[in-house]
Design a protein around this ligand. Structure first.
Ligand code: FBP
Length: 273
């Protein structure tokens, strides 16, 4: 990590990245819960919430929609990604270059690395090119560090998640986005393993407000610098309410109870409106 690299996508050194690359990674099925989330404009609007420090999207969505939001939203260009329509060892296509992301107004770049895949070597070499190009442009680098594939038996085992966090440091990411390893001690170990690379927790499938905010709180207390979340925000009818709660826990370091009260307040307000 180089000093200041995450400044354009963080607030007080903390990050809340809204991820919206699911249309590519999972397909439109992820938008069924809240049909308006199929339209990128809906999610760009959500990303204007004060709590969101960057929106992570792929090339096509950025090209079509970022020009309308460049004054209000920080862009994290997710450079590689692939559908789940094919079968085989984990891999991901590099769909756009750092230069093109910069041209579209990106503030930082994101890249998935599947450590443990039979394609890890090629992916790490692709990451090298992207990371060095990002350094030339003074852009921060966020690694989606997801150990997966033939070499990995359990991708949320504490030792595996700590290794994922460490890969972020070793390969030159400013931020390593990792899955929550199940408990606070394991998360603290992963944050230690990442050393000077910031760690953010990956959101996962939709959970209740209380469950999700409690896990985020645990991760923050264990040393995480924030969150990169998709479904837990855009699969909610009132995503702004949960973002109010996340803002409390992440940036104001409040208790979960206080964060839940903020979620409820916004819900009540929506009912009155
Ligand atoms: P979620 O918060 O919805 O889990 O999003 C985080 C993310 O990394 C997305 O950027 C990506 O599309 C998705 O998870 C990948 O999920 P999976 O674990 O199925 O590969």
């Amino acid at each position: 990590m180089i000093p200041g690299a995450t400044d354009p996508i963080s607030r007080d050194g903390k990050l809340l990245i809204l991820a919206y690359d699911h249309g590519l990674e999972h397909g439109p099925v992820d938008f069924e819960a809240v049909p308006e989330s199929m339209n990128p404009e809906h999610v760009f609007d959500v990303a204007t919430h004060d709590a969101v420090t960057a929106l992570a999207v792929g090339k096509g969505v950025a090209e079509a929609h970022y020009p309308d939001y460049e004054d209000e939203v920080n862009l994290l260009a997710k450079l590689n990604g692939t559908s789940n329509l094919w079968m085989g060892e984990y891999d991901s296509a590099v769909n756009w270059t750092v230069d093109y992301a910069k041209e579209l107004g990106a503030d930082a770049i994101g890249f998935t690395l599947y450590g443990g895949s039979n394609h890890e070597v090629e992916m790490a070499e692709e990451f090298r090119d992207v990371q060095e190009a990002a350094r030339d442009e003074d852009m921060g680098v966020v690694m989606w560090s997801y150990p997966r594939g033939q070499g990995v038996k359990n991708d949320t085992k504490p030792g595996t998640i700590s290794y994922a966090a460490r890969l972020g440091l070793e390969l030159g990411a400013d931020v390593a986005k990792i899955k929550y390893p199940g408990d606070a001690d394991a998360m603290a170990h992963a944050c230690e393993a990442a050393a000077s690379t910031d760690v953010v927790m990956s959101g996962g499938s939709k959970a209740s407000d209380e469950e999700f905010l409690s896990t985020v709180k645990e991760a923050m207390d264990a040393g995480a610098k924030g969150l990169a979340v998709g479904r837990n925000v855009f699969q909610r009818e009132n995503p702004e309410a949960l973002l109010d709660g996340l803002e409390k826990v992440i940036f104001e370091e409040t208790s979960v109870e206080e964060a839940l009260a903020a979620v409820e307040d916004r819900g009540t307000q929506a009912t009155l409106d």
